[in-house]
Design a protein around this ligand. Structure first.
Ligand SMILES: *[C@@H]1O[C@H](CO)[C@@H](O)[C@H](O)[C@H]1NC(C)=O
Length: 183
């Protein structure tokens, strides 16, 4: 290897190192572009915002109560979006979500989800990705931000969602924190 190719290699290696380290540092340091709270109401709640449309007729229920894991399902949601964690804060939009849990044994805790946040005006943020149903309360799942309209036109980035501890399956009110990072 001559001095020129050695120099080229050094440049490539340092570029790689600075990119990879820089990437990690900035991911850790990033502040979400938007933080929102979404609320899913499910049975036994009297005004559910999620429903299994295939097999038809089931409302969304936990896997041990509703349609069992391991069979094909499609779930639709029209969940409340709030700017604050407090459930009396104003509703600022709707999370319209299609979800399809894996039904092979290798993917039964992975739910494909796609949809959007509709801010009830020209502004929307589209998302697509996988939710691991087994992550603990407080842990984030990550989906991709795949576009948007209005002030989010051409948005890309990622969308993190975690179930919050005030969720209560006895009342069917499940509260999520959503951190959206848009670049
Ligand atoms: C889902 O999350 C659980 C809990 O964190 C983890 O043990 C499991 O490996 C994850 N499954 C997949 C397929 O990522």
């Amino acid at each position: 290897m001559g001095p020129r190719s050695r120099a080229t290699l050094t440049v490539i290696v340092s570029l790689f190192l600075s990119l990879s380290c820089g990437g990690w540092t900035s991911v850790e340091a990033l502040t979400p572009t938007i933080t929102l709270y979404t609320v899913r109401r499910q049975v036994p709640n009297l005004t559910p915002t999620a429903r299994t449309i295939y097999p038809d007729g089931y409302f969304f229920l936990p896997p041990t109560v509703g349609p069992p894991r391991g069979i094909p399902q499609v779930i639709i949601g029209d969940n409340e979006v709030r700017a604050a964690r407090d459930l009396t804060s104003p509703i600022i939009g709707a999370l319209r979500l299609y979800r399809s849990p894996g039904f092979a044994t290798t993917s039964s805790d992975r739910t494909y989800a796609f949809g959007l946040i509709d801010f009830f005006n020209e502004d929307t943020i589209s998302i697509s990705g996988v939710i691991n149903a087994s992550v603990p309360v407080g842990a984030f799942n990550e989906l991709a931000v795949v576009g948007g309209t209005g002030k989010y036109r051409n948005a890309n980035g990622y969308y993190q969602v975690a179930t919050l501890p005030e969720s209560n399956s006895a009342t069917g009110v499940i509260v999520f924190q959503v951190n959206i990072y848009i670049s």
